[in-house]
Design a protein around this ligand. Structure first.
Ligand SMILES: NC(=O)C1=CN([C@@H]2O[C@H](COP(=O)(O)OP(=O)(O)OC[C@H]3O[C@@H](n4cnc5c(N)ncnc54)[C@H](O)[C@@H]3O)[C@@H](O)[C@H]2O)[C@H](O)CC1
Ligand SMILES: [K+]
Length: 513
C-alpha cells in the first residue's frame, strides 16, 4: 500500500473502485453479454461467437470440471427444455467421448427443442430417455442441466420428483450454471433445488451464487470462460460485485509518520443509558480499525460506567437537549454513530435528528432504525449528508415495509438505498451493501459463528472508524463487512463480539502485506 493524502478537510473521500474480475452479472446482463459476444456472428468480426460455440464451450467447460474432480463413473445427465438442457447434451457428448457411461434424460419432447439446444441434441448420438427416477438407479453422478438462467416459475412434476430424489439419496450432483430451481438474480428457491457438490457457471457468477441459498446449494463454485470477451462487461456496465479487498483496499488509509491522532479521524458514539456494552464495543472497534480518537457521548446516568471502561475512550456527558449537537459541533468529530444500545425511544429519534442535522457522516444502527419503525419518512426526510443504515432483516422490514422479501435481497437493498438516499447495509450471512446510485456489493466470507450478540455493534464502529480516516461510507461499509467476516474466520467457533476488535490488527496487517 502506497502513502496517501491525509483526510484533511476538503480531501475527497476515497471510494470503492470497480473490478471486472469481481463483477456479478444478473441473468439479463448475462444474456446481454452473450448477445455482445454473438454480435458479429455470421460474417461479423473475427472475435464473434455463435450461440452454438458458446454452448459448446459451456458444455466442454463443465465436462472438464467433472473429469477433473470426479473419478470415471456412471453419469445421469438431466436436460431441461432450454439452453441449460442444451449444455447438458454437450456435456453428455464430452463425457461419453472420455469413456464415461452416460445416460441422458430430457424433460419434454426432443422435437420441441429449439435453436442451439436442438443442435446440441442432434450432435448427441446416444439414447434420450424421459426424465424419471429410473435414471437415478445405481446412484450415478448427476449432471443437473434442467434449468438455468431461464427459470421462470416454481419447479414441479417430474423435475421436482428427481430433484427431491437427488437430495434424499444424497447423490453427487453437478449444477450446470446453477442448481435448477435457484433463481439467478434473487437466490430464491422456486419450489425445489438440488444440493450440489459442484456448480459450474459461465463468464461471471450471478448474484444467487453468493446468496445464502446459493452457498448452501452450489457446493464448490467454478466459473469457466466460454469465450465472451471482457469488453462485454463495459457494454453491460453491471454494478454489483463480490465484496473482496481489490474493490476498496486502495481506499484504506496507510498510517504515515506525519500523522497525529486528529488526521486519523474522530468518531463519536452516542452511548445508551442501560445497554452500555453496545457503544463500548462500537468505540473499541472504531479505535482498533484506526480512528485516531473516539468519544462516547454518555447519558449523565451512565457516565461513570463508561468512565470505568476502556481508558482510551473519551467520555463526554450528554447533559440536556441539544447536548449531542453541541458535542458534534466540533468539526474534528467527523463521523457520528447512533443506535447501538440506545433504546428505540423518542430520545433516540432526537439524537438521530441532531446527528443528521450536522450534515456529517453518520452510521445509524439498531435502535436508531427501530425508533423510526412505522414512520420511516421522518428519518429519510432528515438525511442530508452521507449516511449508512445497517439494518438486519427485522429492522429492514420495519423501515422498508413495502420492499417484500420475494424481491430478492440485492434488489431490496438497492431500492432501500434509493428510497432513503443513504447507503444501506442489509446484514446476514450474505450481507449486501448498496449505495443510492445503484452500486452494490455482496459479501460472502462471514462464518456462521459471527451470529452473536454485539457483532453488529462492532461492525458499526468499524464502519465509522474507516470513514473517519477518509473513506466514503460505501467503501467503508464494504471494507468493514469483509474485515468483520475475516476477523471472525480467523478466530473460529466460540467467537464472542469482544473477540472481534482484537483480531482487527492481524486483518489489517494481512491487507497491508
Ligand atoms: N447466457 C449465455 O451466455 C449462455 C447460456 N447458456 C445456457 O443457457 C441457459 C439459459 O438458457 P434459457 O433457454 O434461457 O433458459 P433455461 O434453459 O434455464 O430454461 C428455460 C426453459 O425452461 C422453461 N421453464 C422455466 N421455468 C420452468 C419451470 N419451473 N418448469 C418447467 N419449465 C420451465 C422455459 O419455459 C424455457 O423453455 C443458461 O443457464 C446456460 O446454462 C449457454 O449454453 C451458454 C451461453
Ligand atoms: K442447472
Amino acid at each position: 500500500m502506497t502513502d496517501r493524502p491525509d483526510p484533511s478537510p476538503g480531501a475527497p473521500a476515497r471510494d470503492l473502485v470497480p473490478d471486472d474480475d469481481l463483477v456479478l452479472l444478473t441473468c439479463a446482463e448475462m444474456q446481454a453479454a452473450e448477445r455482445y459476444a454473438m454480435r458479429g456472428a455470421g460474417g461479423g468480426g473475427d472475435e464473434s461467437a455463435s450461440g452454438s460455440t458458446l454452448m459448446e464451450a459451456a458444455g466442454a467447460g463443465v465436462a472438464n470440471a467433472v473429469i477433473e474432480r470426479f473419478l470415471p463413473q456412471p453419469v445421469a445427465v438431466l436436460c431441461g427444455p432450454g439452453n441449460n438442457g442444451g449444455d447438458g447434451f454437450v456435456i453428455a457428448r464430452h463425457l461419453a467421448a472420455a469413456g464415461w457411461p452416460v445416460r441422458v434424460g430430457l424433460l419434454g419432447e426432443r422435437a420441441k427443442l429449439t435453436g442451439d439446444a436442438m443442435w446440441a441434441a442432434i450432435l448427441w448420438e446416444g439414447a434420450v430417455e424421459p426424465v424419471s427416477a429410473g435414471l437415478l438407479a445405481g446412484r450415478p453422478l448427476v449432471v443437473d442441466a434442467l434449468f438455468g438462467a431461464g427459470l421462470k416459475r416454481p419447479i414441479e412434476g417430474k423435475a421436482a420428483e428427481v430433484i427431491e430424489m437427488i437430495n434424499s439419496r444424497g447423490l453427487a450432483c453437478i449444477g450446470v450454471d446453477m442448481p435448477s430451481g435457484l433463481e439467478g438474480d434473487t437466490g430464491r428457491i422456486l419450489g425445489h433445488a438440488p444440493r450440489c457438490a459442484m456448480t459450474v457457471t459461465f463468464f461471471r457468477p450471478k448474484p444467487a451464487h453468493l446468496s445464502v441459498n446459493g452457498r448452501l446449494l452450489c457446493g464448490e463454485l467454478r466459473v469457466v470462460d466460454i469465450g465472451i470477451p471482457r469488453a462485454a462487461l463495459k457494454m453491460v456496465d453491471a454494478r454489483q460485485w463480490r465484496n473482496e479487498p481489490p474493490l476498496w483496499q486502495a481506499a484504506l488509509r496507510t498510517p504515515s509518520l506525519a500523522d497525529h491522532k486528529y488526521v486519523r479521524g474522530h468518531v463519536m458514539v452516542a452511548g445508551g443509558e442501560t445497554m452500555t456494552g453496545a457503544a463500548r464495543l462500537a468505540a473499541l472497534a472504531a479505535r482498533r480499525i484506526g480512528a485516531g480518537l473516539v468519544t462516547i457521548a454518555a447519558p449523565s446516568a451512565a457516565v461513570s460506567v463508561y468512565q470505568a471502561a476502556e481508558p482510551g475512550n473519551i467520555v463526554a456527558p450528554l447533559d440536556g437537549a441539544g447536548a449531542f449537537r453541541q458535542l458534534a459541533a466540533d468539526p474534528r468529530r467527523n463521523v457520528l454513530v447512533v443506535g447501538p444500545g440506545a433504546g428505540a425511544t423518542p430520545a433516540t429519534r432526537r439524537l438521530v435528528a441532531e446527528a443528521l442535522a450536522t450534515g456529517r457522516a453518520c452510521v445509524l444502527d439498531a435502535d436508531a432504525l427501530t425508533a423510526f419503525s412505522g414512520d420511516p419518512a421522518a428519518l429519510f426526510g432528515d438525511i442530508k449528508g452521507p449516511v449508512v443504515l445497517t439494518p438486519h432483516d427485522g429492522e429492514f422490514a420495519r423501515l422498508f415495509p413495502g420492499l417484500r422479501p420475494d424481491l430478492g435481497k440485492l434488489d431490496r437493498a438497492r431500492q432501500a438505498a434509493r428510497l432513503a438516499g443513504a447507503v444501506v447495509l442489509l446484514k446476514g450471512a450474505d450481507t449486501i451493501v448498496a449505495a443510492p446510485d445503484g452500486r452494490a456489493v455482496i459479501n460472502a466470507n462471514a462464518p456462521p459463528w459471527l451470529a452473536t450478540a454485539g457483532a453488529g455493534d462492532v461492525l458499526s464502529g468499524m464502519i465509522a472508524g474507516l470513514a473517519a480516516q477518509g473513506m466514503t461510507l460505501f467503501a467503508a461499509a464494504a471494507a468493514a463487512v469483509w474485515m468483520h467476516g475475516a476477523a471472525a474466520a480467523r478466530f473460529g467457533p466460540g467467537l464472542i463480539a469482544e473477540d472481534l476488535p482484537v483480531q482487527l490488527p492481524q486483518v489489517l496487517q494481512s491487507l497491508a502485506s
